[in-house]
Design a protein around this ligand. Structure first.
Ligand code: ADP
Length: 191
């Protein structure tokens, strides 16, 4: 089984590329943001906690997201060839716990596909997406700024973690969707 992480700041295009990757390679797409939004829709206990946090542009607790991902990964699916993790891990603790879950399954991360984009591009894309998807966390400029700030402070240090494991594979996220996808496929195909 293959385990890819798609990595990058909010607005870099992780979700868009994940859908294309999942379709082409027969991977299961796990988006922690989408899973959390489903919980919010259901008004579950997790959803109620997550809603307030997400709308402030802050992170949901590690325990909640790790457990959500662990459940999906441990629920053996024979019909797929791998997983594409989108929006997870976002903290060093999540990355360490993910490695532990995979180790318990006798597996490991195949590569970290990192979309490299400029903050201004990300902000423009999120503001554009706000009109299309109607996400509350996309609608407010301070929330967007907060998410990007948190990315630099808390998530970006993961680059060093994955570089030290020789898993970090950067591509420009500022090209067209097709060009970006082509560059990602080159990495996956060379594995
Ligand atoms: P984006 O990457 O554009 O911010 P996501 O859908 O991946 O969009 O995430 C939306 C929000 O969901 C995040 O801002 C955060 O509040 C929460 N979230 C998603 N994934 C995680 C995670 N791994 N850890 C903590 N919070 C998360």
């Amino acid at each position: 089984m293959k385990y890819y992480i798609i990595f990058g700041p909010p607005g870099a295009g992780k979700g868009t590329q994940s859908v294309l990757i999942a379709k082409k390679y027969n991977f299961k797409h796990i988006s922690t943001g989408a899973l959390l939004r489903q919980e919010i829709e259901k008004r579950s206990e997790i959803g109620i906690i997550a809603k307030a946090v997400i709308e402030k542009g802050e992170f949901v607790s590690d325990d909640i997201v790790i457990e959500m991902v662990r459940k999906v990964l441990c629920n053996n699916e024979d019909s797929i060839k791998g997983y594409i993790l989108d929006g997870f891990p976002r903290t060093l603790n999540q990355a360490v716990e993910l490695d532990k879950v995979l180790e318990s399954l006798g597996e490991k991360i195949s590569a970290v596909l990192a979309l490299v984009t400029d903050d201004e591009v990300n902000i423009r894309r999120i503001q554009h997406r706000a009109n299309i998807e109607g996400r509350k966390d996309d609608a407010d400029f301070d929330t967007i700024r907060n998410r990007i700030r948190t990315y630099h402070k808390v998530t970006e240090p993961l680059i060093t973690y994955y570089k030290s494991q020789k898993k970090y594979k950067p591509v420009s996220g500022e090209l067209s969707v097709e060009e970006n996808f082509r560059d990602i496929c080159k990495i996956i195909d060379s594995e």
